[in-house]
Design a protein around this ligand. Sequence first.
Ligand SMILES: C[S@@+](CC[C@H](N)C(=O)[O-])C[C@H]1O[C@@H](n2cnc3c(N)ncnc32)[C@H](O)[C@@H]1O
Length: 240
Amino acid sequence: MGDEYAISGEYLHLLSEPAWDGLRAPVTEALHGAVGDGTLLDVGAGTGLGTEVLAAATPEADVVAVEPSPVLRAVLLSRMTARPDLRQRVTVVAADALGAVLPARLGAVLAMNMIGHLDPDGRRTFLRRVAERLAPGAPLVLNLQPPAEPKPVPFSVFGAVPVGRHTYEGGGSAEPSGPDTVTWRMRYRVLDADGTPLREDHAAYRWHVTPARGLIAELTEAGLTAEVGPLDVVRAVRRP
Ligand SMILES: C[S@@+](CC[C@H](N)C(=O)[O-])C[C@H]1O[C@@H](n2cnc3c(N)ncnc32)[C@H](O)[C@@H]1O
């Protein structure tokens, strides 16, 4: 398995923290109804920013964090083991959304900022796999990310985070690369205290775009009832 995050892995956690400051409340709200006697599953867990929110939703349940990228998994593992409460509860699994062996009964599923990594067939398979294991009333929480259609996104800087005398900066642009895909071209820089770039890294990845109505239709097809909430967080539960 190649590591799409081999370059960006160094930067991802730092640059995702501000976004999660905003996502924490709507994701927590969307996770209401999580079921304590099922496993909590985070798919594409990254460095565990969502895993922590998921674990807090139902403090008595076991958590499985699935993460295919070795570099992100290393950060995830070290962050989870640094917290004694999570070290007891979170199992980190090296797999992807389609290859992971899923627990039989899921108390809640989180798949934040990752659905665009799956092509349409993979996305439908993933949604079906999860839907058939979700306990009644238990939520699947994921999100929509722009662009909703394959169109160019001009370059912008997404964030800049100071650490010591350096500032870590991330930005990117996207261009259409297929009928339902864009290619994101990311630029990461480490700047010195006076703003001089010390290092610059580049990464590119393909992203399958999903308009809200298309995703809702696929969730419905999988047997779930879905709604889009604040910050485009999507909550879906199994229909009785
Ligand atoms: C933008 S990061 C989001 C990480 C984390 N969920 C968050 O919101 O902070 C996308 C994540 O999806 C993971 N990923 C990529 N392809 C995947 C796949 N086929 N199955 C599961 N996860 C995948 C990446 O390794 C990465 O951790």
